[in-house]
Design a protein. Sequence first.
Length: 482
Amino acid sequence: MATSSLTFTSDDALRTDEGTILLLVRSGDAPVVIGSDAVDQPTLSALGFTGTAEQHGVIVLDGRRIELVGVGSELTERSVRRAVGSAVLKAEGENSYRIVVPAGLLAAAAEGAALGSYRFRTYRGTLSTATTVPPIVLHTTDDDAATSVERVLAVADSVALVKDLANTPGRDLPPAELAARAIDAVAELPVEVTVWDEKELADGGFGGITGVGQGSSRPPRLVKLSYSPAGAQAHLALVGKGITFDTGGLSLKPATSMTGMKYDMAGAATVLGTLVAAARLGVATRITAWLCVAENMPSGTAIRPDDVLTMKNGTTVEVTNTDAEGRLVLADGLVMASEEHPDAIVDVATLTGAALVALGRRTAAVMGDSALGQRILDLAGTADEPMWAMPFPEELREVLKSNVADLINAKIGGYGGTLTAGLFLREFVGTVDGGDERIPWAHLDIAGPGDNPDAPHGFTGKGATAFSLRTLLGLAEELATP
């Protein structure tokens, strides 16, 4: 993990000759430089700089290097967060990077700077040039700098934790290691940890996690993290898919589809990161995170198509596709989360290629309880983590019927793969106090935005993204004040 340090000052940024100065430019008939009159219209025109979103330009003024970045036509939290993040993504090796922040937008600028400053260099060798992320100084007139930086740094550190875990190759992050890193992440926080090893999982009837993990020489784990602040009025359960590498099992993926499967534990990393951020900030919501961790490998001990697994709640599942393994481990996690009768359950998973086909690389699918889903969609809009509500057509439930068991895990050659996966998961969500009403539940399929193999955009570089962490943290904070 490599991130820059963030500091704040009320000094005029253009009075210093140290480091690069970043100025924001709003587009329009006459582009406007925010926070400075030192760069005039003729200079912008000579550069061909119009201020369109994330447009970059550099000038030297009186010996000072000044970078310009466009925010588009509107000066909003979203446009500032993206503009600052896109600039910092490109920043390397300066003495400092000084950003003039518009009034009232400190938190957005600071978050963009912190997110954009992430670098993953653990595996860089002798052929790579060693560079550093410059210290970032935010020049602001806002009075809430101290409050803003506390939350921003907690979020940035947790995002970096998620990205570090998801960017780590599968060879170096087997299930036991992911469990150990989760323990380390909460070591200094008021969080209780319980870990089930392979024997305890088998003895406890966790048929999904045990079944998926039995093909690997590196056995599965279930990790429970419990944050229970005094006076909490609400309980949020988070369940994360933690497939540390997904070959598809005996239903083996083709080579092009297997590349990038180190990211298949991004859901588990995200729920861990969310809990860490909430505990660090003292959010007054009880949060339980369930990390359902296994490695899906082909071997003589792997589950086969046609095998039947018995899940934690006694439901039997005929395995028709061993590459539809995420829903199997999540099923056990959802059952365990339901047993504590939380006020809401949210599961997060890089679950289906169908979600990627339907919504592309930057948008996640949201399914489940409509009220909870809408709440998440609203928070996702604020966090700039695009999500889209997907339906639950009841007729697709018939697709999941098995001739020999209660359910099948996937319909081979079927349609609506994202929807049927969600319907499968719904079967394992418990009811409120044992009645007929299902616990409010939402399923986030982050198969598209969970990692970014394409060009950087906004504050998002290549690799793991920690997508949905900031939305889920917002949900925990919102639940604290019902």
